[in-house]
Design a protein. Structure first.
Length: 75
């Protein structure tokens, strides 16, 4: 099962979580130090909805933003 919106093609995006320690220079410290970088993935908010295609009901995965925008007619 792929994690891709069938309407707009939104898919997981790679990113990072950066762990920092210390007090910012603007607040009187010596600056923030990066203590670790962890790779992560940002997943789209996919929902499975039932729609009508050519008279038959079909289940598709669409993102919440497409669902909210009304880009598909639910069954």
């Amino acid at each position: 099962m792929s994690r891709i919106c069938e309407i707009c093609g939104k898919r997981p995006v790679a990113g990072r979580t950066i762990a920092r320690r210390g007090l910012a220079k603007a607040k009187g410290g010596v600056g923030l130090k990066i203590t670790g970088v962890t790779r992560r993935r940002f997943m789209p908010n996919l929902q499975v909805v039932k729609i009508i295609v050519k008279g038959t009901a079909k289940r598709i995965k669409i993102c919440a933003s497409c669902l909210k925008a009304g880009k598909v007619q639910k069954a």
